[in-house]
Design a protein around this ligand. Structure first.
Ligand SMILES: [Zn+2]
Ligand SMILES: [Zn+2]
Length: 154
């Protein structure tokens, strides 16, 4: 069973380059096709670990206008910071000034990037997907897909 836990003491100080092929079986997001690929660097500064990189994946979506299924490739930024849990206990939330990036806390010796990957994919799923920007949709009278040509209705 694959997991996305990274041992902190296996990281070197500074930049650690990593690549993960993440199985859909681990993520369990029904619109996700096959695998996601995460390319990122972990930047370790003592007990603070920054994550910077890209997550590439394909979503199987249904167009909200013409109801055609289509696949969309997405590349989302990964940008997060992991801090040890004892910092969390010592300082109040508003003293943290990492507003633009997702901050997580880790306990013990490993960080788990699975929640970050899941959030990134889930937040990218469009509410009203479109197969193309100027999708003509279905004719409200006969139901024909107008992307395939005009219908007989007037
Ligand atoms: Zn469409
Ligand atoms: Zn029609």
């Amino acid at each position: 069973m694959q997991n996305l836990k990274i041992k902190v003491n296996a990281l070197i100080e500074g930049a650690n380059k990593l690549e993960y092929l993440i199985s859909n079986k681990l993520l369990l997001i029904d619109v996700l096709q096959k695998n996601a690929i995460a390319n990122f660097i972990l930047i370790k500064k003592r007990d603070k670990i920054g994550v910077k990189g890209k997550l590439k994946f394909n979503l199987r979506l249904t167009c909200s206008r013409c109801l055609t299924e289509f696949t969309k490739e997405l590349v989302e930024q990964l940008d997060a910071l992991f801090l040890p849990d004892d910092i969390n206990k010592k300082i109040k939330k508003d003293e943290l000034s990492y507003e633009d990036i997702q901050t997580s806390f880790y306990t013990g010796e490993e960080i788990d990037i699975l929640p970050l990957i899941l959030d990134t994919i889930l937040l990218s799923i469009p509410m009203k997907p479109l197969c193309c920007e100027n999708c003509k949709g279905l004719c409200p009278m006969c139901g024909k897909n107008l992307n395939e040509g005009p219908c007989e209705c007037k």
